[in-house]
Design a binder for this molecule. Sequence first.
Ligand code: MG
Length: 368
Amino acid sequence: MPRVEIARVTLFGYDLRYAHGAYVMSGGRTITSLPSTVVRLETDEGLTGFAETCPLGPAYLPAHAAGARAALEELAPSLLGLDPRNLNAVNDAMDAALAGHGYAKAAVDIACWDILGNAAGLPVSTLLGGARADDFPLYVAIPLGPVDAMVAHVRARRAEGIRRFQLKLGADPREDAARTRAVLEATEDGDVIVADANGGWRLQDATIAARALEDLDRVLFEQPCPTLEECLIVRERTTLPMVLDEVVTDVGALLRARPACDGVNLKLGRVGGLTKAKLIRDLGTELGLRFTIEDSWGGDLTTAAVAHLAASTKPGQLLMASFMNDWTLDHIAGHEPRSRDGRGAAPTRPGLGVTPDVDALDVLTIVE
Ligand code: MG
C-alpha cells in the first residue's frame, strides 16, 4: 500500500448561532452563538478530510473554543508526515504530543475517518462496522424556561415530526417536575421525554425531582447531579430509567457509571472522536446499555459524523441522535445531512459524505 502523508493542516473558524434565541441550561448557562473550529487535513496524494469541534460554551465541560484552537495548534506539527488512514498512529501521536483535550483531538480523529472513507470509497458508517438502519429517530433539546414556552417549543418541533424531547432542567425541582408533566401532556404515547438536569441538581434536589417524576411513564432521567457518586445514590432512590452524559468520558468511566445508568449520552467531542466513541458504543452495547449519539454542539460536519455513528448503532439500543445542524442557523455544507420528519440518516457518499464550503470561513492557522 503506497504511503500517504498529512502535508497540511488548516484550521478555520465560524460562528454557529442557535436557531431559537437563547439556549438555556441549568446554572444560568445561556448560549446564543458559539465559535466552531473546522479542521482540514490534506495529504500529499490529494486526499482531504474535514471535521469540526464546537464546545458548548466554556462552562459546560472542561472544554472551550479558544482551548480547542490552542490545542489544535499545539497538535498540528505532530500530524505532518503521518498516514491519516492509520487512526491508531494518529491517535497515538496526538496523545504523545498533548495530554487530554479530547474535544480538540476529536476533530483530527474524525477528519482522518473522513480521509479513510474517501480513500476507500466507502462511507464512514461502513468503516464503523456497517449501517444497521436506513434512518433513526432524532431528538431536540428544549431550553430551560417558563412552562408555557417549553410546551410551545415542544409543540412546534412535534409539528415538524420530532417525537423525542430533552428538557433542559436542573432548576427548582418541583418547578422542573411541573415542566415535565406539562410537556408530557402535550405529547402522545410513543413520544419520549428526557428530563436532563445537566448536573444542575445536588443530591437532595435530584431526589425530590425523581420522587415527583417517579410515576411518569415515557420519562427518562438524565445526568441529575454533577458527580457520579451522587448519581449512583439517586439511582438507588428511583426506578426512572437513567441516562448519564457528562461523567462518561472514557471506557473506565463507562464501567464505573454502569450501575447508575441504563443509557449513555455519547458525545463525540467529550470522548475524543469517532475512534473512542465507537469503542464505548460497542462495549456499552454488549453491556445492554442504550445510547443517545451526538456531540455537545456543532453544524453540518458534526451532524455528519454523528449520523454515521448513529446509523451503525443497533437500532434497538439507539435511544436517539441529534442533528445539530437543525438547531443552528449557519450551514457550511449546504445544511447536509438533512433531517426528514424527525428522523436522520447517514450520508451514503464516501467519507463523511458532506462537502464544506471553506471559502466562507475564516482561516485561523495553516501548518505545513
Ligand atoms: Mg445531557
